[in-house]
Design a protein around this ligand. Structure first.
Ligand code: NDP
Length: 443
């Protein structure tokens, strides 16, 4: 590694103490970008472009006070990280989870810059959320929390400023409560949030977009390698939005899905899930062990899905859920592709193992960009006051995912024809943002 890499990463570590996830995300990206800059655009070093892109334009942290069902006062912390607006309004989800902290939101906002750039849509990067735990809360508690959260957030966002969406713990119900409060405070029905219900400004295919987009990306990778998804065995982690729609699309493309999981354990269904079985998983309210009472299958308490033999692994739950040993096990069992539905699910050590084995590897910033892409399409529909058909949005999603794939190939293919999709995504996402930042002066 060059001396610039060493001084730059030392600076990031020194400025962001106790933020391991953020430092991990920055290092992973600059490992590819710095050699590229040193070869093609040395002037960016003096312009401190990497120092600027790794520093949020603004971080907002605020108190969220609300009353639970027993009229007790509860206090949480809310955040919005407005990371980069070179390409458009800040755009990225809100996460409600007790695991939320500034390091995690900064890593997600940083990744979002490159992901949004790859979609080709005019979107900046941001992320936000709260350490509020929605699990076990009543609808009224969720509503009161969302209203209090928006009572501060509303002054920092807007349809041309910052447009949040959902993420872990924030689905259509929460977006509804947040939107209702924004509208009440601003007296303005505007596209300030995406992931809205289709009858009140939402886009068709938004719920499906991340999972479907992941499979469109994987399908294209296999096509590029003269292969197809027909008959391939897939392990999926997670049982939430991304995992569900990834599984549904995988089935429709002729693959067999044998696992889903959550933070408690994994269901292994050797016969493969069907749509009906996946809907049953959804109805279990996180109690996955119940599945084995209706279908012949195994439930593995506390276990991740990566020990089961598969052709393709799709981590769709959370960050750092696939470690070095998991990667080694998958590869030893013949896995030929790991594609990330979640954000940064593979640890840095796991990525090294995967790249060394030269199996197909689709990083989240490229492979899970379908969600934000359809959010971008939702913003376009809101601006012109129209709602596009399911088929139209799905076709645009597919085209965007194929274009992202081709960008990764363009920037990631070496002289021997080997494609490093991670490098391709990092450089492909970076080039456009860097051009815009340069054009907009020292800001
Ligand atoms: P959901 O909240 O709908 O589902 C998350 C799933 O992951 C749940 O099944 C949850 O289980 C599981 N999970 C969470 N933490 C852990 C853990 N530590 N170990 C094992 N399982 C865990 O979220 P989404 O499906 O929306 O998001 C999943 C991932 O995809 C996240 O990384 C998100 O940032 C990313 N993503 C989502 C997009 C979207 O459009 N929704 C867009 C792009 C990326 P449990 O219920 O037990 O917590």
């Amino acid at each position: 590694m060059s001396s610039y890499f060493k001084t730059f990463t030392a600076g990031v570590e020194q400025r962001n103490p106790h933020q391991p996830e953020f430092i991990q995300a920055v290092k992973e990206v600059v490992e590819d970008i710095i050699p590229y800059i040193e070869e093609h655009a040395k002037e960016l070093i003096d312009q401190k472009l990497l120092e600027r892109i790794s520093e949020p334009e603004r971080v907002i942290s605020f108190r969220v006070t609300w009353l639970d069902d027993k009229n007790r006062v509860q206090v949480n912390r809310g955040y919005r990280v407005q990371m980069n607006s070179a390409l458009g309004p800040y755009k990225g989800g809100l996460r409600f989870s007790p695991t939320v902290n500034l390091s995690i939101l900064k890593f997600l906002a940083f990744e979002q810059i490159f992901k949004n750039s790859l979609t080709g849509l005019p979107l900046g990067g941001g992320k936000g959320g709260s350490d509020f735990d929605p699990k076990g809360k009543s609808d009224n508690e969720i509503m009161r929390f969302c209203q209090s959260f928006m009572t501060e957030l509303f002054r920092h966002i807007g349809s041309e400023t910052d447009v949040p969406a959902g993420d872990i713990g924030v689905g259509e119900r929460e977006i509804g409560f947040l939107f209702g409060q924004y509208k009440r405070l601003q007296n303005n029905f505007t596209g300030v949030l995406t992931g809205k219900g289709p009858s009140w400004g939402g886009s068709y295919i938004r719920p499906e977009a991340t999972g479907f987009g992941l499979l469109y990306f994987v399908e294209r990778m296999f096509y590029e390698n003269q292969n197809s998804l027909k008959g391939k065995v897939i392990t999926i982690s997670g049982a939430g939005n991304v995992a569900y729609y990834a599984a549904i699309k995988a089935l429709s493309l002729g693959a067999k899905v044998i696992t889903v999981s959550n933070s408690n354990g994994t269901i292994y269904d050797e016969n493969g899930f069907t749509v009906e079985k996946l809907d049953y998983v959804n109805s279990l309210n996180r109690n996955l062990a119940e599945y084995t009472k209706r279908y012949p299958a195994e439930y593995h308490e506390g276990k991740k899905p990566w020990g089961f033999k598969c052709d393709i692994a799709l981590p769709c739950a959370t960050q750092n859920e696939l470690d070095e040993q998991d990667a080694k096990t998958l590869i030893a069992n013949g896995c030929m592709c790991i594609a990330e539905g979640a954000n940064m699910p593979s640890t840095a050590e796991a990525i090294k193992v995967i790249l060394k084995a030269k199996i197909l590897y689709a990083p989240g910033k490229a492979a899970n960009a379908g969600g934000v892409a359809v959010s971008g399409l939702e913003m376009s529909q809101n601006r012109i006051g129209q709602q596009w058909s399911t088929d139209k949005v799905d076709a645009r999603l597919k085209k965007i995912m194929h274009d992202i794939h081709d960008t990764c190939v363009h920037y990631g293919k070496d002289s021997n024809g080997v494609i490093n999709y991670l490098k391709g995504a990092n450089i492909g996402g970076f080039v456009k943002v860097a051009d815009a930042m340069r054009a907009q002066g020292v800001v």
